[in-house]
Design a protein. Sequence first.
Length: 97
Amino acid sequence: MNVTAIASTAATPDEDAVYRAKVQQAAEKFESFFISQMLRQMRSATREIAGEDSVYSSNSHSDMLDFADTSFADAMSQQRAFGIADVIVRQLLPASK
């Protein structure tokens, strides 16, 4: 393959920026999903080990707690608190030159 053929297949700066934005967004969504699942499992484990008369043994507010966990996970992923999104971005995007 000659140089002109390689240059014509390279992404334009606009396409590159769109791709980078999509990678960043997908990485944050994955981190949010991961945090949300972790919180859900932690809450489930707390219910399992709680005694019968414990406030944690009740499932009465589980829908609202799931919503709160998801909202909290979204906020944490936007701050990249766990670093999962950063690792995904580093793997999918080449280093800037």
